[in-house]
Design a protein around this ligand. Structure first.
Ligand code: ZN
Length: 207
């Protein structure tokens, strides 16, 4: 930090001069390096924000603790923050998180898959289905509606109709998430353009 001045004898006066000087320099050195460190830290720690590709592991449980969905070990989930790739409650909870962060959150239906809509529970004549005799409770079908494709879950088989539920299977549920942020990177320009992730490194050749 402070170099001894070359040449010249060092008397008492000089020594005290140098030690004073050294103290000053020492302080300003730390002031400088702390500032420097903070600046570096700001760059080094990437946070979840718009246009970051976020890799997470998660477990989703219902109110009773039953696992509804989970990533498998070695097969995490990737999405782009800020592109509505995931439910709003989870996206806002992830905002500002860093790699290695682990958290739990309970997401209410309105921040998740919406409230259950009773109008989406309907009876449909059996002859509208392919092979109606094969249908069992819990089976799912895709129906084309004016609002786009809808997944129908069979609730009950009646005499001449089948009662189905067009709500998302997770609608009306409080979602208990446990999440770990595994990896973070910038989305590529193409990924941002498409609004979805192109694999781990952003270079998947899918189109
Ligand atoms: Zn794409």
């Amino acid at each position: 930090m402070v170099k001894r001045r070359q040449g010249g004898g060092i008397g008492r006066a000089h020594l005290s001069y140098w030690s004073k000087n050294r103290t000053l320099n020492f302080k300003s050195f730390w002031k400088y390096s702390l500032k420097h460190l903070f600046r570096l830290k700001g760059i080094a720690i990437m946070k979840v924000e718009k246009n970051k590709v976020v890799t997470i592991q998660y477990t989703l449980k219902d109110e009773k603790g039953s696992v509804l969905d989970a990533t498998e070990k070695g097969n995490p989930f990737l999405y782009i923050q800020g592109h509505q790739n995931i439910i709003p409650g989870l996206e806002s909870e992830l905002e500002g998180k860093a790699k290695g962060d682990v958290f739990k959150v309970i997401i209410p239906p309105k921040e998740g898959y919406g409230e259950t809509n009773p109008n989406l529970i309907q009876e449909i004549p059996k002859d509208q289905f392919p092979e109606p005799s094969e249908i069992q409770e819990g089976m799912q079908f895709q129906a084309d509606t004016p609002e786009g494709p809808m997944i129908l879950t069979v609730l009950e088989i009646l005499e001449s109709t089948i009662k189905v539920d067009g709500n998302h299977p997770l609608a009306g549920k409080n979602l208990h998430f446990e999440v770990e942020v595994i990896e973070l990177r910038d989305a590529t320009a193409e990924e941002i353009n498409h609004g979805h992730v192109h694999g781990q490194d952003g270079e998947a050749q899918h189109h």
